[in-house]
Design a protein around this ligand. Sequence first.
Ligand code: ZN
Ligand code: ZN
Length: 236
Amino acid sequence: MIKQRTIDIPTDFHDKRVCRDYLCGFCPYDFLRDLPVNYGSCPSVHSPILKANYEKAVQADPRQTFESDHVHSTERFISSIRKRASTLHTRLHKLPKDKKQARTMRQTVDKIYSNLLLKMDQVERLGDEGKVTEAMEALKQVKELRRNRQANQEQLHSLNNSEGHTNNVSICDICAVYLPADKVDTHNKGETHLKFFELRQVAKELKDSHLRKSIYRQSSRADRSSSKSEAKLQTA
Ligand SMILES: [Zn+2]
Ligand SMILES: [Zn+2]
């Protein structure tokens, strides 16, 4: 009998496989899900039941909150997009290498062409002199040089094409996408770009709110401990 594999679904919201961003009400992957550019899907579990359990637990005891994890995770997500943009920049900056390569290739093609002209002259001369065998041998070399020239020309052509292509492309640092020169304006007003601005705004608000709460908790603790000390002094 074939044993059926049971899928181990987390049943506790504390489980590390559960998306804490989702529990806190905002997973960046969900937020960017329907965009034309694919930013992947969340690798962690999203479960409405566990989210409801989490919300109940935090309501009963606010110390159970995952807010700090959520703030850091959202920041990590944004920095992963920055890293992705920087990788795209590195790829574009390979251009000078391609230019150098194209120059060398052009020189090779020119050299092959001048050798070809010399060899064709030789074929004609040998033919005029009636040296058939030598002329046939030189003709073989002409054919070889033609093949060689064509192969190098094709390579040069593709290098020039890629160079022209990358010259007309920039990178959007906010969304980490390639932008053809004529698409920059449309992109800057487009859904993907605006969503990323919103994502950064949400991350900033989360961080600020978390910071405010931490400061408030710390000052409340300090107030409580100074009131206790005062009470002790008064009873002493
Ligand atoms: Zn998620
Ligand atoms: Zn953008």
